[in-house]
Design a protein around this ligand. Structure first.
Ligand SMILES: Nc1ncnc2c1ncn2[C@@H]1O[C@H](COP(=O)(O)OP(=O)(O)OP(=O)(O)O)[C@@H](O)[C@H]1O
Ligand SMILES: [Mg+2]
Length: 545
C-alpha cells in the first residue's frame, strides 16, 4: 500500500470512533495474512485500552490522527473533538508561541526520538505535568509518514517532587534558623563566660594602673587629659578632677618645654611608638622636677588613632645624683691632674737640685780633694791611698746622683724631647732587665706640649716596669705613630700575657694611673693580653686636648 493511500484511509476514520482508533501498525502497512491481521487487531486493542498513557498518531504536520483511552483520560478530549486538530492545542500558550510543538517534531524527525517534560493543557484549561516522547514513523523506504506520540501524566510525581523540594527548602530554612539560633545562643554563652573574664582583666588593669609608681596619663586627639592615675596625682600634685579635661600645658608641662612636647606629640600622632625622652615638668606647687617619659599612640580595634598614652617617671633625684657624681668625678680627675703635675714639678725640682747643687758640690769636693792630694808629702803612702779611694767614692756618688736625677725626671725629656727620652729609657730598660727592646719611632721630632710629652713618657716608663716585673718577656716592640688627629704609642711584649680580669681590676693602680693620665689628655688607654703570647698596651692621645 502506498503512503498516500494509507493517509487517505487514516483520514477517512470517523472522529469519536474510539474502537476504530488505529495504531502505528496501520501506518507501517497492512499484511494480507489473517494471522497478521489478528495480531494487528490485538495490538490496536492493546494501545486503545491503555489508560496510563496517551498514545496517538500525528501526521507530518502535527495534526492528530488517532486517539486512545489514555489520551481521553489524560487530556479530557473525546476522539471526535480532537482528531484532525493540531497537537499544539495541548501546549501552554507561551510554549505554543515559542514554537515548542514544532521543535519537538523537527527534533524527533532529525534524531529519531524526542523526549520532553513540561506543563501541558487539558481540555478544561487545567494544566498537568507531562512526560512526552515523540517518535517519527517512516515507510520501508525511510519516508516520513507521521509521528507517534506517547504522553504520560506525571503531575502527581511532579507535585510530589515539588512537595519534596518545598519540604527540603522548609527543612533547610529550619536548619538555618536553628543554626543561627544556636550561634546566637553560643555567642550569649561566650559573652556570659567572657564578660567576667574581661571584667577581671579590666579590674586587673585598673589595679596595675592604680598601683603603678609610674604616672600614666592619657590624652584624646585634641591632647586633653582623659586619664590620670594616682601616681600622676602624687608626682605632679594635681588631683584627677583637676587634671581631667585640661591640656598638659595647663598642668604639668611648663611653657619652656611646650615646643619640645609639641614636636613629640606630632611624632606620636604620626604613629611613632618610640617617642621616649626626658624633660622638665612642673608640679602644682610650682616645683620644677625632671621626668623621663615614654609616649605611645592609642588606637582602637580598627586601627584609628584615638589619643596618646604617656608614662612618666620622676627622676629628679637620680638626675641630681648623676650630676653630683659627674661633678665629683670631674673634681677628682682635676685633683689627680693637679697631683700629677705637682709631683712632676717636684720631681723636676728635686732632680735639678740633685744634679745642680749636689752634683756641683761633689765636683767641688773632688777638685778640693785633688788639691789636698797634691799638697800631701810623697812619703805619706797610706794617706795617698785614702785620698784615691775618696776620689773614687766621690765619682761613684756623682754617678749615682746623676742616675737618681734622671730617674726622677730625665733631662733628655726637657732638653731633647719625647723621642730622645723614649730611646734613652728603652736603652736603660734593656741594659737593666736584659729584655731586648726594638723601637719604631717617627724620623722627625714631634711637636708636643710638655704635659703630653710627660704623660706619654710616664706611661711608657710604667709599661716597661710592668714588663720587667710581670711579663717574663724576652723582647719588647715599641711603636710610635702619628696621624692627622692623634699620636699612638703601642708597646708589645712576648711574655705570658696579661689576663682579662687583671687588666680591668679596680685595684690595679699602675694601670689605673695610666688610664687616668690618658683620659686627662682626652685620649684612650687599652691593655690586652693573649695567654702565652704576650701583652699589648695601646695609648692614643689627640694632638690637642
Ligand atoms: N706586661 C704584662 N704582662 C703580664 N702581666 C701584666 C703585665 N702588666 C701588668 N700585668 C698584670 O697586671 C697587674 C696590674 O698591673 P699594675 O701595673 O696595675 O699593678 P702592679 O704592677 O702589680 O703594681 P703597681 O701599682 O706597682 O704598678 C699586675 O699585677 C700583673 O699581674
Ligand atoms: Mg705596675
Amino acid at each position: 500500500m502506498c503512503p498516500d493511500a494509507r493517509r487517505a484511509s487514516q483520514h477517512s476514520r470517523q472522529p469519536g470512533d474510539t474502537q476504530q482508533a488505529t495504531t502505528g501498525a496501520d501506518l507501517i502497512g497492512r499484511k494480507p495474512e489473517e494471522a497478521l491481521l489478528q495480531s494487528e487487531e490485538r495490538f490496536r486493542l492493546l494501545v486503545e485500552s491503555v489508560t496510563e498513557y496517551a498514545i496517538f498518531e500525528l501526521d507530518t504536520e502535527g495534526r492528530i490522527l488517532t486517539w486512545n483511552q489514555g489520551a481521553q483520560r489524560i487530556k479530557g478530549y473525546r476522539p471526535e473533538e480532537i482528531i484532525g486538530q493540531h497537537f499544539s492545542i495541548f501546549y501552554t500558550p507561551e510554549d505554543a508561541r515559542g514554537g515548542r510543538p514544532q521543535r519537538g517534531l523537527e527534533q524527533a524527525a532529525a534524531r529519531g526520538r524526542y523526549k520532553d517534560e513540561g506543563w501541558r493543557v487539558r481540555k478544561d484549561g487545567s494544566r498537568f505535568w507531562a512526560e512526552v516522547v515523540i517518535a517519527p514513523v517512516r515507510d520501508a523506504a525511510g519516508n516520513l509518514l507521521g509521528f507517534a506520540k506517547v504522553t504520560r501524566d506525571l503531575t502527581d510525581r511532579k507535585r510530589q517532587e515539588e512537595e519534596i523540594a518545598t519540604a527540603e527548602e522548609r527543612l533547610e530554612a529550619l536548619v538555618e534558623e536553628r543554626t543561627s539560633e544556636l550561634v546566637k545562643a553560643n555567642e550569649r554563652l561566650q559573652a556570659e563566660i567572657l564578660l567576667p573574664r574581661r571584667l577581671d582583666q579590666l579590674v586587673l588593669l585598673q589595679l596595675v594602673l592604680d598601683r603603678s609608681p609610674i604616672a600614666c596619663v592619657m590624652n584624646d586627639t585634641d591632647f586633653s587629659i582623659t586619664y590620670w592615675n594616682p601616681a600622676a596625682e602624687q608626682i605632679f600634685g594635681f588631683s584627677k578632677e583637676e587634671a581631667l579635661g585640661k591640656l598638659p600645658y595647663e598642668t604639668f608641662v611648663p611653657h619652656t618645654a611646650r615646643a619640645y612636647v609639641e614636636s613629640v606629640r606630632e611624632r606620636t600622632a604620626g604613629g611613632d611608638t618610640g617617642a621616649n625622652g626626658a624633660s622638665e615638668c612642673v608640679t602644682k606647687d610650682g616645683r620644677a622636677i625632671f621626668c623621663e617619659w615614654y609616649n605611645t599612640p592609642l588606637k582602637d580595634s580598627a586601627g584609628t588613632f584615638i589619643g596618646y598614652l604617656s608614662m612618666l617617671q620622676d627622676v629628679t633625684e637620680r638626675k641630681r645624683s648623676e650630676e653630683q657624681f659627674r661633678a665629683s668625678s670631674e673634681q677628682l680627675r682635676a685633683l689627680a691632674a693637679r697631683l700629677q703635675s705637682a709631683r712632676e714639678d717636684e720631681r723636676t725640682y728635686v732632680a735639678r737640685e740633685i744634679h745642680d747643687e749636689l752634683g756641683q758640690t761633689c765636683t767641688a769636693l773632688k777638685m778640693d780633694l785633688a788639691l789636698l792630694v797634691q799638697q800631701l808629702p810623697k812619703n805619706r803612702r797610706r794617706a795617698h791611698e785614702r785620698a784615691q779611694s775618696m776620689v773614687k767614692l766621690i765619682d761613684d756618688m756623682i754617678h749615682t746622683l746623676r742616675r737618681i736625677a734622671s730617674e726622677l725626671r730625665p733631662g733628655t725629656l726637657d732638653d731633647l724631647g719625647l723621642l730622645a727620652a723614649i730611646e734613652w729609657q728603652a736603652q736603660e730598660f734593656e741594659s737593666r732587665s736584659g729584655v731586648k727592646c726594638h723601637l719604631a719611632l717617627p724620623q722627625a721630632e714631634i711637636a708636643l706640649d710638655s704635659d703630653r710629652s710627660t704623660a706619654i713618657f710616664r706611661i711608657f716608663q710604667e709599661t716597661l716596669t710592668n714588663v720587667a716585673r710581670h711579663a717574663n718577656a724576652t723582647r719588647v716592640n715599641v711603636r710610635l705613630v702619628g696621624d692627622a688627629e692623634s699620636l699612638t704609642l703601642e708597646v708589645t711584649d712576648n711574655g705570658k700575657g696579661i689576663d682579662e680580669t687583671r687588666a680591668s681590676a679596680h685595684n690595679s693602680l699602675g694601670l689605673l694611673g695610666m688610664r687616668e693620665r690618658a683620659l686627662l689628655l682626652g685620649g684612650e688607654f687599652n691593655v690586652a693580653g693573649v695567654s702565652g703570647q704576650g701583652t699589648t698596651v695601646t695609648l692614643r692621645v689627640p694632638w690637642a686636648g
